[in-house]
Design a protein around this ligand. Structure first.
Ligand code: C2E
Ligand code: MG
Ligand code: MG
Ligand code: MG
Length: 279
């Protein structure tokens, strides 16, 4: 009977595997189709200055609404797009659309766009970025590209060449989800990075958790001494916001300020603030 139970267990395992493979294959099919039909849109999450509370810009976040599945999370479909070799194409259209949308924002506001590690290894990236800026008439000085620590790992020369080229055009680079990757502090110093975004996992337990509080303080100090800007992401409560503002983070992003919203809504948000400033 033990053998029977084993066999049964194995059979169940096999079925689960088959189901996972099947689900994954269907997701791939849908994603390829979404690429053809451009079933994507971009949501924008505003960022504010921690000292003044004024908007400093917004981050573009890709959204996929599949006719059958509904909304699929970027954390689910972006890794697949990377594996299927679709991410450079998707990424190029995000850059194009986001620069186009941001061209109608007030001039003091910046745009941040996420760049996958796979895109960063594509030697065509600088050209793609410049093309998107040119087409939209959006200035390079208002664009910030968000890369992750993983992207810096191991491909020093290619990545360095690309980042240097982007910087020469006046584009800024920020290091997203800081503290979650295989961080080596030497990266911060070696690569031309303008900003650190403290990962939301450290923000979540502020201010009560002493460990998270020390990490946030340390990252903020590190950034300041390396003359980098600091953003804290994932701010959901007033207490988190106060802690962050007191500890030298320049910018704040999170549901407390606003969830990611569509292109029309963010223009409305920015315009309301502008009117308030004039009044
Ligand atoms: P990310 O770049 O770190 O973006 C921040 C994520 O945190 C977003 O999730 C945003 O909706 C979420 N978030 C913002 N404020 C809060 C908060 O207060 N609380 C919580 N719990 N979450 C908050 P989203 O949109 O699901 O995106 C997940 C990740 O997918 C992004 O993380 C980014 O790594 C990736 N991603 C999104 N759009 C793109 C894209 O166009 N290209 C690439 N390559 N990656 C993208
Ligand atoms: Mg999400
Ligand atoms: Mg980001
Ligand atoms: Mg992040």
């Amino acid at each position: 009977t033990a053998k029977r139970a084993d066999e049964r267990g194995y059979r169940l395992f096999e079925l689960a595997m088959q189901e996972a493979t099947q689900r994954r294959r269907l997701l791939e099919v849908d994603l390829r189709r979404a690429c053809m039909r451009e079933d994507f849109h971009i949501a924008y999450q505003p960022v504010i200055d921690s000292a003044t509370g004024a908007f400093t810009g917004a981050e573009a976040l890709l959204r996929w609404t599949c006719p059958e599945r509904g909304n699929v999370e970027p954390s689910e479909f972006i890794p697949i797009a990377e594996e299927l070799g679709l991410i450079s194409r998707i990424g190029a259209s995000v850059l194009k659309q986001a620069c186009h949308d941001a061209a109608s924002w007030p001039e003091h506001l910046d745009l941040a766009v996420n760049i996958s590690p796979v895109q960063l290894l594509d030697p065509r990236l600088p050209q793609t970025v410049i093309q998107a800026l040119d087409d939209a008439g959006f200035p390079a000085s208002r664009l910030e590209l968000e890369i992750t620590e993983t992207a810096l790992l191991g491909n020093d020369e290619i990545v360095m060449r690309t980042l240097t080229k982007l910087r020469e055009f006046g584009i800024r680079i920020s290091l997203d989800d800081f503290g979650t990757g295989y961080s080596s502090l030497s990266y911060l110093h070696r690569f031309p990075i303008n900003r650190i975004k403290i990962d939301k996992s450290f923000v979540r337990q502020l201010p009560a958790d002493a460990g998270s509080a020390s990490i946030v303080r340390a990252i903020a100090q590190l950034g300041q001494s390396l003359q980098m800007k600091i953003t804290a992401e994932g701010i959901e409560t007033d207490e988190q916001m106060e802690f962050i503002a007191e500890h030298g983070c320049n910018d704040i992003q999170g549901f407390l300020i606003s969830r990611p919203i569509d292109a029309t809504k963010i223009v409305g948000l920015f315009q309301r603030e502008k009117r308030k400033a004039v009044a």
